[in-house]
Design a binder for this molecule. Structure first.
Ligand code: DGL
Length: 270
């Protein structure tokens, strides 16, 4: 097989990274994707850096058995904790979701006040803040962990008064911070875009790292001369470490196609 037509490996702690896979499939329709969701060990958001690095290394080893040409760490927490380590150990390109989202927020903020919402791990790591302030030290970054958002999304409670109430509480302080850009810094949060947008108001620009990551991936493949050919028949395969059924239900609710081909593997073997 022509190496350029090899698949892109995308991984996340579970279903959330499908928001990233969905953008890749939309923006780069010739590319094949092998997705791995670590459904047995989710959530990553409350785990330590060491654990997330160990998990990420195992997943990378698994994805390499599928001959991937590049890897996307579709999870914000894993991008924050493991990208640097994994990058040093790999001889194929790898990108995470943090830098593309942060870069767009830097470009769009006018008053230099950016908000970031994510898991506890992502917010505590302060990686978004470090990256943003490394580029423009005048920018103030205000973070807020919203740990209940993931389970609400996974329960399908996207337009629900309970979700509205929880979001109002989480975002109350951020609303008073006069931010003009807000990074949806967790895989699940783009699915709560309407709820968050309603609360934050029109003046706050919502940045979706999933969308920005797909753009960055396209540029990276171009630079490395490994974009799939126009006539490549793209294929999508999905692997999980537990509970295929739940994953399938979620995948089929957000992806632009129905998928039955989801395989469960034992990730601890890698
Ligand atoms: N995928 C994770 C992230 O983007 C959210 C879910 C989790 O905590 O594992 O940070």
């Amino acid at each position: 097989m022509d190496y350029s037509n090899a698949p892109i490996g995308v991984f996340d702690s579970g279903v959330g990274g499908l928001t990233v896979a969905r953008e890749i499939i939309r923006q780069l329709p010739n590319e094949s994707v092998v997705y791995f969701g670590d459904t047995a060990r989710v959530p990553y958001g409350s785990k330590s850096k060491e654990t997330i690095i160990r998990y990420s290394r195992q997943i990378v080893r698994f994805l390499r058995t599928k001959q991937v040409k590049a890897i996307v760490i579709a999870c914000n927490t894993a991008s924050a904790f493991a990208l640097d380590t994994v990058e040093k150990e790999l001889d194929i390109p790898v990108i995470g979701v943090v830098k593309p989202g942060a870069k767009t927020a830097i470009e769009t903020t006018k008053n230099k006040r950016i908000g970031i919402i994510g898991t506890e791990g992502t917010i505590k790591s302060e990686l978004y803040t470090k990256y943003i302030c490394g580029i423009d030290p005048e920018i103030e970054v205000i973070g807020k962990a919203c740990p209940l958002f993931c389970p609400l999304v996974e329960e399908g409670m996207l337009n629900d008064p309970v979700t509205d109430e929880i979001a109002s509480r989480y975002l109350k302080d951020l609303k008073e911070e006069d931010i003009d850009s807000l990074i949806l810094g967790c895989t699940h949060y783009p699915l709560l875009r309407n709820t968050v947008g309603k609360i934050m108001g029109e003046k706050v620009n919502l940045v979706n790292p999933a969308y920005e990551t797909a753009i960055s991936l396209g540029k990276l493949l171009e630079e490395k001369h490994i974009r799939a050919s126009e006539n490549n028949q793209s294929e999508y395969s999905f692997y999980v470490s537990d509970a295929e059924e739940k994953f399938k239900k979620f995948a089929n609710s957000i992806m632009p196609f129905q998928t039955d081909l989801i395989e469960q593997i034992n990730i601890e073997e890698y």
